[in-house]
Structure formats: C-alpha cells, structure tokens
Design a protein around this ligand. Structure first.
Ligand code: F6R
Length: 242
C-alpha cells in the first residue's frame, strides 16, 4: 500500500490523471466511482479534461459503490442523481453503461446480481474510494465480513450523523444502503483512496498502523497489491502521533 501526503488540489489532479491514463490506455475500460465529497475535485478535473478534448469516455463502463435504500434516481439525495449531476451529465459516457446499485423495488435481488454484472464487464480497472470516520469503505461498516459481496447494509449512527450534512434533517437520512462488499472492492485491479480533514485522521491511523481487523473495514485494503492512499496533512496527523 502506498501513502501519498499532499494537498487536496494535488491529489485531485494526480487521481484525475490516473483515470485519464486508464481510459487512454483502454477506451473500453471499467471504472469504479464513489460519491460523497471526497471525489468531487477529481470529477471536476475529468469534466475539464473532457471539455478540453483530452479524453473521451464514450466506450467506458462504470460501476458505483453504493446507493441508499428508498431513494430513486429522481431524488436529489440519491447516489444515481449525484453521479448524473456531478459527472455523467457533463461527459460523453453512455448512461446505459453506467451502473449504480438500485435502492428501490426489488433491490435485494438486484444487489445479488451486481457482482456478476461487474465480472461480466471484465472487472473494475480503477476504483476510487472515500473513507468514513469509522473506517467504512463504500457502506461496509465495522464488523462487515471481509468476504462480503454486494449486499444490503444497515448504516451506523456515526455514518448517519456524518451524512446528515447533505440532508435537511437527520431524520431524512436513510438507515439502509445497497453496497458493494469488501470482497467486491478487493477485486478491483487498482484502487485509490482519498481522505482529507481531521475527521478522517483516526481511520487513517488505523488503516496505516493497526492490525487488519473487521472492526476497521478499510484495513482489508492492506492485502491488495495495488492501493494508493492520498491523504492531506490533517488526515495524516494521527499517524505522526499529533
Ligand atoms: C460513497 C461511499 C462512502 C464515502 C464515505 C466518505 O459512495 O462509498 O464510503 O466515500 O462515507 O464520504 P465523504 O467523501 O463525503 O467524506
């Protein structure tokens, strides 16, 4: 696992370049996207590169990590809406080739198909991740088995609290989500994780220094052969004992 300590601006640029290089090397590649605030700068850079004719996403397939249960694509808080609004509507990706887990209707049955869909597309070439203050990746909360595939998960109180900043009130935050499992994420060929701010410092310290344990879901990443963790000084501060 590589760790890069740098500014948010620098990581947004480097990670966007990784995505662009991946698409240029294989225009039919499979990209793994995340939502939340962490990847927004990267997505803005991808949009800029597309507008400057540096890259085309027309043959790319994508898979997102997760979706809230109970929110459909027209709901502004849904992750499908987020991806359309913050990336897909601004580049030439074919929306039919973009996949976000389904959070409504027969979402449980669809969740069970998600890993097969990823495998049929050839597997994820490059996956971007954020990290929760409790060490979750996607919505795999502490205690999630390392061999988990895409499933329906209950969100922990701390995650509901963290994510309430995007909603009008905490009561509106869904309590369940469909999420790729830890084993699903580990199948990606290359993984980059972004963490900024003091709120992430404890999880980053655990990821870098503690034992690999289901109590800290992100710690499974230490077993992956190609992971780079991008952290700013604040997120890295507890590693240095500050
Ligand atoms: C979102 C996701 C979550 C977030 C995490 C950090 O698709 O999978 O694990 O990455 O909750 O969220 P932010 O980036 O908003 O701090």
């Amino acid at each position: 696992m590589k760790v890069k300590v740098c500014t948010k601006e620098k990581m947004d640029e480097e990670i966007a370049n990784l995505f662009i290089d991946t698409v240029k090397a294989n225009p039919k590649c499979v990209l793994g996207f995340a939502t939340g605030s962490s990847p927004l700068g990267v997505y803005n850079n991808l949009i800029k590169a597309y507008n400057n004719n540096e890259v085309s996403f027309k043959d790319v397939t994508s898979f997102n990590l997760d979706e809230y249960v109970g929110l459909d694509e027209n709901n502004e808080q849904s992750y499908r809406y987020f991806m359309n609004h913050n990336l897909f509507d601004h580049i030439d990706i074919n929306k039919e080739n973009t996949h976000v887990p389904c959070g409504v209707g027969d979402y449980e049955a669809k969740a069970q198909e998600y890993d097969n869909e990823i495998a049929s597309a050839g597997g994820i070439d490059l996956q971007i991740l954020g990290i929760g203050s409790d060490g979750h990746i996607a919505f795999n909360e502490p205690g999630t088995p390392f061999d988990s595939l895409t499933h329906v998960a209950d969100l922990k109180e701390s995650t509901i609290q963290d994510n309430s900043r995007f909603f009008n009130s905490i009561e509106e935050v869904p309590t369940k989500a469909v999420t790729m499992g830890l084993a699903s994420i580990m199948k990606a060929k290359k993984i980059v994780l972004i963490a900024t701010g003091l709120n992430k410092a404890k999880a980053i310290k655990g990821l870098i220094l503690d034992l690999i344990d289901v109590k800290l879901p992100c710690s499974i990443l230490r077993k992956h052969p190609d992971v780079t963790i991008y952290v700013d000084k604040d997120a890295y501060s507890k590693v240095l004992g500050k």
